[in-house]
Write a protein that binds this ligand. Structure first.
Ligand code: ADP
Ligand code: MG
Length: 656
């Protein structure tokens, strides 16, 4: 390239002044006349020289009317579209060069005018040629003159050619410089183009990014469109809902208005009711006061009633004949269930005549064999109520073995239903009454104990282990004002009927276990169930406490002394002693003796508080209906009637 450029540079060194140079060249040089005789040489030597002005002219012609800055842009765009080596790019301009040069020649002095000097210079030649044929051979002078003319013409021609050649060279140099400029322009344009290309690339990238973004946006748009559709649907659903709510709201508003009216009515009514409630509360308090007073009065009256009935009362109960035993009964019971008459036919003292002996006994009540447990209990329930009112209550079952003492006091083994005995029924009544009295402000606490006295020895029936330790049970009063208690004995706090029934079951089991181990001692021992009752009415600052004692005494049968030996005799003596002592205590109480032999037996000592003037006593005398039990029945009834004759002093409730 450098080699190629070097001549061009030489050309470019000449100051560029296209138009004037060309014009001067054209004006001074009759190009066509020179070109025509040497077309091949001129073409190779001054190819670019001739071409450049032609090109230039073309550019100039196209640029004539355009402003100078636009001229560059046009050439740049031409070069930019076809980047070729500068020589190659100029080749197609060869033909136009001829044309242009022709045109230029045409534009310049006319061909004829141009040819004239040549023709004029050649003219002397032509005559030589022509004259050769025309001059005679001998006209050497003429020929010489022709030749000289020819030579001078050729010399003139050479001079012209040289001048033309110099001018062409200068033209070529200018063209070369122009080319160099164009090349620079071209390379600048190339740079610009590459810039533009990189810009285009970056624009393309940008376009791509934008189109991607556009795609994303379109997708988002589609999504948004879909969401919008969904939201539109939702919106319309919500609108419907809102309309429904509005309707509901209207309904509710009207309902609210109605309710508000109702409410104001109710408020007025409520205020009225409140006033009424206040009045009622006041009257209720008055009523409660009255009720309490009534309750206290009832207790007093109840006590008076029992006092009138007697603080010691005796009931006689005859058990039915047991299954399979068919006998003539040994007794009669008079109407009104108050008197029992034992009847026995005995031989008269005088002879063979038989005498009918009748032994009448009057008691507070006589229960015939067909009487149910419930009927018996209804007669003692008043006493049980007294226990809650603060009176000590003691109930005994007296009679020979098998007369129905245990049946009466506890019932058969099943501690529920119709056959429940007095103990479970009393417990039931006490808990039910305590529950009712709670409404009046009474709170009760209960403690249960169950023991057995055999041969003047105490045994705790509430010990749950099967082989209980030998304990020392001592009857004691902890202080002069304290109630009598048994040391080491279990006093179990109870709060429900079921708990007490559980204890009675345990006691029954303990008694039956003892029966299998050491003969049947149950009939020869006294069993004592005690329920301590402590009641408190904090609001009224009243309290009361009492003991309900239910005693199943040992069999009262008397055994012939001659038949009794050893332990049996000891037992018999013990039982006799305690039962006799019980009678003596009653007698002493009735006769108001200063001394009451409580301490003579464990039983009376234990029940001391329940047998005094401060207690209510009930004795069941149980009778077996069989004829062979006649004597024992007679003895029992005699003992009971003695007790019945006792009038114990007026009882007072243990109240504080
Ligand atoms: P005790 O305790 O006086 O020795 P029991 O109470 O053991 O006598 O009674 C002896 C038997 O007579 C038992 O089988 C008992 O079920 C039955 N018996 C007692 N009294 C009645 C009665 N009122 N009705 C039905 N059976 C009774
Ligand atoms: Mg018994």
């Amino acid at each position: 390239m450098d080699e190629e450029r070097s001549p061009l540079r030489q050309l470019n060194e000449k100051p560029v002044c296209k138009e004037p140079a060309e014009k001067s060249a054209l004006s001074r040089l009759p190009v066509p006349t020179v070109k025509r005789p040497l077309p091949g040489k001129e073409q190779s030597a001054g190819q670019s020289n001739l071409r450049q002005p032609a090109n230039k002219r073309l550019l100039d012609q196209s640029d004539d009317k355009a402003p100078p800055n636009k001229r560059k842009m046009v050439s740049a765009s031409v070069v930019g579209f076809k980047p070729r080596p500068p020589v190659m790019s100029q080749r197609p301009a060869v033909n136009p060069v001829h044309k242009t040069s022709a045109a230029t020649v045409a534009g310049g002095p006319s061909r004829a005018a141009m040819k004239k000097p040549v023709a004029a210079t050649l003219k002397p030649v032509a005559p030589s040629g022509g004259t050769t044929s025309r001059r005679p051979g001998w006209d050497l002078k003429g020929k010489m003159g022709d030749m000289q003319m020819k030579v001078s013409s050729y010399q003139e021609q050479v001079r012209n050619t040289k001048t033309q050649n110099r001018e062409l060279k200068e033209e070529a140099e200018r063209a070369q410089r122009e080319l160099e400029n164009l090349r620079e322009e071209h390379s600048a344009l190339l740079n610009k183009m590459s810039d533009m290309q990189s810009k285009v690339t970056s624009y393309q990238e940008q376009v791509q990014t934008i189109s991607q973004e556009n795609q994303g946006l379109r997708e988002r748009g589609e999504r948004a469109q879909r969401e919008l559709e969904g939201l539109t649907l939702e919106h319309s659903a919500l609108l419907n809902k809102m309309r429904a709510y509005e309707m509901e709201n209207q309904e509710l508003s009207s309902l609210k208005r109605t309710l508000e009216m109702d409410l104001s009515r109710e408020r007025a009514l409520s205020a009225q009711r409140l006033q009424e409630v206040r009045e009622l509360t006041q009257s209720n308090a008055e009523q409660t006061d009255k009720l309490h007073q009534g309750e206290m009065e009832r207790r007093a009256l109840h006590n008076t009633l029992l006092e009138l009935k007697g603080n010691i009362r005796v009931f006689c109960r005859v058990r039915p004949l047991l299954d399979g035993v068919q006998q003539q009964s040994s007794f009669e019971i008079q109407p009104q269930d108050k008197t029992i008459v034992l009847v026995k036919t005995e031989e008269s003292h005088i002879g063979k005549e038989k005498e009918l002996h009748k032994y009448p006994f009057k008691f507070d009540h006589v229960f015939p064999p067909q009487c149910s447990q419930q009927q018996v209990f209804s007669e003692i329930s008043l006493l049980v109520q007294s226990a809650l009112d603060g009176y000590n209550v003691c109930s005994f079952a007296y009679g020979q073995t098998g007369s129905g003492k245990t049946y009466t006091m506890e019932g058969p083994d099943v501690l529920a239903g119709e056959e429940m005995g007095m103990i479970p029924r009393a417990v039931q009544q006490i808990f039910q009454a305590a529950c009712r009295l709670r409404e009046q402000g009474w709170e009760y606490q209960f403690t249960a104990s169950f023991l057995e006295i055999y041969n003047e020895t105490i045994r705790d029936l509430l010990v749950s282990n099967k082989t209980p330790k030998k304990m020392d049970y001592e009857i004691k009063r902890a202080s002069p004002t304290a109630d009598i208690r048994v040391t080491n004995l279990k006093y179990i706090p109870v709060s429900s009927e079921e708990e007490v029934l559980g204890l009675i079951k345990l006691a029954k089991q303990n008694r039956s276990t003892a029966r299998t181990q050491i003969n049947d001692v149950s009939s020869r021992s006294h069993s004592v169930f005690q329920l301590r009752i402590e009641g408190k009415n904090s609001a009224r600052d009243v309290s009361c406490n009492s003991i309900l004692s239910l005693v199943d005494l040992a069999g009262s049968e008397r055994v012939q002394k001659s038949q009794s030996t050893g332990d049996r005799l000891k037992e018999m003596k013990s039982i006799n002693a305690s039962l006799t002592n019980l009678g003596l205590v009653f007698s002493a109480l009735a006769s108001k003796d200063g001394f009451v032999p409580y301490r003579n037996s464990k039983l009376t000592y234990l029940l001391q508080d329940c047998l005094g003037g401060n207690s209510k006593t009930l004795m069941f005398v149980n009778i077996s209906p069989e004829i062979e039990s006649f004597n024992e029945s007679l003895n029992s009834l005699r003992f009971a009637s003695k007790v019945n004759e006792c009038v114990i002093g007026t009882a007072t409730a243990n109240r504080k």
